[in-house]
Design a protein around this ligand. Structure first.
Ligand code: ADP
Length: 172
C-alpha cells in the first residue's frame, strides 16, 4: 500500500515533505501550523516571510529546517462556510497543488495533516473523502511517489479516515 493512515504528530514524520495547513499569510498560526513552526525553529518563519503569502487552494514549498522532514509544503485550506462557497473544490485544489510541487521537486514521500478540519471547521468525514480521493488520483498519476501518509491527530479522526478509506476503496 502506498497510502497509509497514521495516528500521531506530523512534526515527527521523516518524509521528503510534510504538509502544513497554513493560513494565507504563511506567517504562522495555531493548530498544526504552530506545531510545525515550533518544531522547525525560527528559520522557517524567515523563509516564509519571503514568500508573500499564499491564496486559498495554492501551495508553497520551503525547507524543513530542524524538522526530520526535508521540506514543508504549505497549503491554505478553505474555511468552512456551510459548503456552498466552493469549499469542496478549494479543498481538492489544496491536495492537487501539493502534489504539483511533489512532482516538480521529485519527492517520493509526503505526509498530510487533515487540512481545514481543525480551526477552519470543515466537516471531517466530508474532508476525508476529498483527501483520500485526491491522494488516490495523485498516486495513480505519479509512479515516483512511493508513500503518502495521512497523519491523524486523534483516534476519532483516524476512525473517520478509516471509514472514508473503506468507502472510497469500495467505490461507494
Ligand atoms: P485548519 O486551520 O486547516 O483547520 P488546523 O491546524 O486547525 O488547520 O487543523 C488541521 C488538522 O490538524 C486538525 O485535524 C488538527 O487536529 C490536526 N493537527 C493539529 N496539530 C497537529 C499535529 N501536530 N500533527 C498532525 N495533525 C495535527
Amino acid at each position: 500500500m502506498r497510502l497509509e493512515l497514521w495516528l500521531g504528530d506530523i512534526t515527527a514524520v521523516a518524509a521528503d515533505a510534510i504538509v502544513n495547513a497554513a493560513n494565507s499569510s504563511l506567517l504562522g498560526g495555531g493548530g498544526v501550523d504552530g506545531a510545525i513552526h515550533r518544531a522547525a525553529g525560527p528559520a522557517l518563519l524567515e523563509e516564509c516571510r519571503t514568500l508573500g503569502g499564499c491564496p486559498t487552494g495554492e501551495a508553497r514549498i520551503t525547507r524543513g529546517y530542524r524538522l526530520p522532514a526535508r521540506h514543508v509544503i504549505h497549503t491554505v485550506g478553505p474555511r468552512w462556510q456551510g459548503g456552498e462557497r466552493g469549499e469542496p473544490a478549494l479543498l481538492a485544489r489544496c491536495y492537487q497543488s501539493v502534489f504539483a510541487l511533489v512532482e516538480a521537486h521529485g519527492l517520493r514521500t509526503v505526509a498530510f495533516p487533515s487540512i481545514s478540519t481543525g480551526i477552519y471547521g470543515y466537516p471531517l468525514a466530508q474532508a476525508a473523502r476529498i483527501a483520500l480521493r485526491e491522494i488516490h488520483a495523485a498516486l495513480a498519476r505519479l509512479p515516483g511517489v512511493e508513500k503518502v501518509t495521512a497523519v491523524l491527530f486523534s483516534p476519532v479522526d483516524l476512525d473517520v479516515y478509516r471509514q472514508a478509506l473503506a468507502d472510497v476503496s469500495g467505490g461507494r
